[in-house]
Design a protein around this ligand. Structure first.
Ligand code: IPE
Ligand code: IPE
Ligand code: MG
Length: 246
């Protein structure tokens, strides 16, 4: 099924153009099976592969996945190290799969604090997928929205101090250009798995008018059918943007 075959939205628009997902519940998935947390993260990486492929098949132009937050560094050192190991593995082993899916990869987040070889792998993976056009896949790693917003404010303040810009000329567009997501359209649909109903410092500016869909499924169990269900829910919503609607 492609998104085209789903019912139109009440406001007559199609979409979603951009689906963002907070991939949560790996630890609980493992715990429920008496396995170490890393087993859940491994199965979570399999779900990433399924969902990237599924999103491509559904014709979703932009998919953004939250993989590691700036706050996730506070986890036990061995879990952080397992997650970094999986990330390394993903960046090296998924290039062919990304190519097959026509996926252009962009890693969103601060490179500071990441191991030098991971920073290199990110640059290589972005370069090697740069010409792919079917789907943009953004993976947020070492990402935190408050830091992103602060850095944007700092950068604009510096430009004002340097006389390149006046404070009054700072508007939505110039602010957005300073964010790590510059050039990425705002998410239309934000999905969070595992039953938690919070944003956890993810795309705070960008999700101002995103439709939020919370699902109980744990991330390692999430697949294309769950994505389709969330899109169907999105299409039942009426987006009003502060207006009175249709
Ligand atoms: C999501 O699963 C993966 C990351 C945040 C890195 P969790 O590891 O948060 O799993 P739970 O929430 O403990 O079940
Ligand atoms: C959010 O999940 C971050 C990612 C999915 C990468 P967390 O599991 O870290 O969020 P909290 O701690 O439950 O808010
Ligand atoms: Mg969690």
């Amino acid at each position: 099924m492609s998104t085209a075959s789903l019912p139109a939205t009440p406001d007559g628009t199609s979409g979603p153009t951009h689906v963002a997902i907070i991939m949560d519940g790996n630890g609980r998935w493992a715990k429920a099976r008496g396995l170490p947390r890393v087993a859940g993260h491994r199965r979570g990486a399999d779900a990433v592969r399924r969902v990237v492929r599924g999103a491509g098949e559904l014709g979703i132009p932009v998919l953004t996945l939250f993989a590691f937050s700036t706050e996730n560094w506070t986890r036990p050192a061995d879990e952080v190290s397992d997650l970094m190991g999986l990330l390394r593995h993903y960046l090296r082993s998924e290039l062919e799969e990304l190519r097959k899916n026509g996926a252009r990869l962009r890693v969103i987040g601060s490179r500071e604090g990441l191991a030098a070889d991971i920073v290199r792998d990110i640059a290589d993976a972005e370069k090697m997928t740069a010409a792919n056009t079917r789907i943009d896949v953004n993976i947020c790693i070492n990402y935190g929205s408050r830091d992103e917003i602060l850095n944007a404010a700092r950068s604009l303040a510096r430009r004002v101090a340097a006389g390149e810009l006046t404070a009054d000329r700072i508007d939505h567009d110039s602010f957005e250009r300073e964010l790590l997501t510059a050039g990425v359209p705002d998410p239309d649909l934000l999905i969070r798995t595992s039953g938690e109903q919070r944003i956890s410092n993810f795309l705070l500016w960008q999700c101002a008018y995103a439709e939020l869909v919370f699902v109980d499924t744990l991330w390692p169990d999430f697949g294309k059918e769950h994505l389709e269900q969330a899109i169907a829910e999105f299409r039942r919503r009426e987006r009003r943007y502060g207006g009175v609607g249709g």
